[in-house]
Write a protein that binds this ligand. Structure first.
Ligand code: AQP
Length: 327
């Protein structure tokens, strides 16, 4: 069997530069080495309340973003999670393999549950079983994700090996691919927290649909550290975060960047970072806008068809091993 990749992003808001640098750019780079499946995970999105028409629009927008980022539908399978019902079916089965204590330990659950207070949905708790289903359905070898998904990936591996042990060898063991640089882009307004789509403060993230003026304004407002020198330094997380974004967008080394900014202050870094980001987003957004509705619809329909054929095979094996049979 060919080596496979699976990954996805939730249509929970505007995708940001952290989603791109931590995940999407690696999908693009890896798609020619692996048989690749990239999914818009809309069933994950509803683990917190969503406005239905906004969710539908964001689902299509995220698919456009995948294509604009450079995912080539001729070599990769691009689809929407809800179009392949096997995701929900396998998630239910894995809900009967995972323990509540394992789910309750997940830091993403704890963080998001705190924000929802007493109205936490059961789906938020069982989210990792759906994510495990996404990955295991395609007999995935590699899952390129940002650092925040590491714990979910470890649970996916535990569930795969528990299932294989109890019911017989069924799932391939997936590995996480977490980039050395960019796996955790921090919020511009607070370098102690990660850049996040669902953050209430819109100034914390640069989204992939921000216009040039918005980008310039957000970068200008970004918090900085004490001191004046522009260099990578763990004790100055705000400047290091801005430099990391700059590094990934320019492709320069940290040495080249520190030399370039020697003797220049934070204002110069911000002004250059804003321009580099604007120049990255301009063609990106032009590519997004050039994708016609019909082209998008047919790409997603073809992707779902291909994904379904593989997902069905896995489900057949899973049900047979578990003794789930009908008439
Ligand atoms: N700040 C980040 N830095 C680097 N990578 C990140 N990712 C998310 N935030 C960062 C990676 O982007 C991919 C898609 O993310 P997701 O849609 O699954 O949602 P998430 O991980 O929960 O991230 P968000 O943006 O904070 O969304 P919300 O606010 O909806 O929870 C994943 O590979 C993720 O690791």
């Amino acid at each position: 069997m060919p080596k496979r990749i699976f990954s996805g992003a939730q249509p929970t808001g505007n995708l940001h530069i952290g989603n791109y640098l931590g995940a999407l750019r690696n999908w693009v780079a890896l798609q020619h080495e692996y048989e690749s499946f990239f999914c818009v995970v809309n069933l994950h999105a509803i683990t917190v309340p969503q406005d239905p028409s906004a969710l539908a629009a964001k689902t299509r927008e995220v698919a456009r973003i995948y294509l604009a980022a450079g995912i080539d539908p001729k070599v990769s399978t691009v689809f929407v999670q809800s179009d392949v019902s096997e995701h929900a079916e396998l998630a239910w089965i894995l809900n009967c393999v995972v323990r509540v204590s394992e789910l309750e330990r997940m830091t993403q659950y704890k963080d998001k549950a705190k924000k929802q207070r007493e109205n936490v949905l059961a789906g938020l708790l069982t989210y990792p079983a759906l994510m495990a289903a996404d990955i295991l359905l395609y007999q995935t070898d590699l899952v390129p994700v940002g650092h925040d998904q590491k714990q979910h990936l470890e649970l996916t591996r535990d569930l795969a090996s528990r299932f294989n042990r109890d019911f017989g060898e069924t799932f391939r063991m997936p590995e996480a691919f977490i980039p050395k640089v960019g796996a955790k882009i921090q919020a511009l307004d607070d370098p102690a927290k990660k850049m996040s789509k669902s953050d209430e403060n819109v100034h914390g993230s640069i989204t992939l649909v921000d216009d040039a003026d918005t980008v310039r304004r957000k970068v200008k407002r970004a918090v900085t550290d004490s001191g004046t020198e522009v260099r990578f330094d763990a004790s100055r997380p705000a400047i290091t975060n801005l430099l990391t974004i700059y590094q990934l967008l320019t492709g320069k080394t940290s040495v080249e960047i520190e030399e370039h900014f020697a003797g220049k202050g934070y204002a110069q870094l911000k002004s250059e970072l804003a321009e580099v980001t604007v120049e990255f987003l301009r063609p990106f957004q032009a590519r997004m806008n050039a994708i016609g509705d019909e082209e998008l619809r047919s790409t997603l329909a073809e992707g779902a068809e291909k994904a379904r054929s593989i997902a069905r095979e896995t489900m057949r094996a899973v049900k047979e091993r578990m003794g789930i049979v009908g008439a």
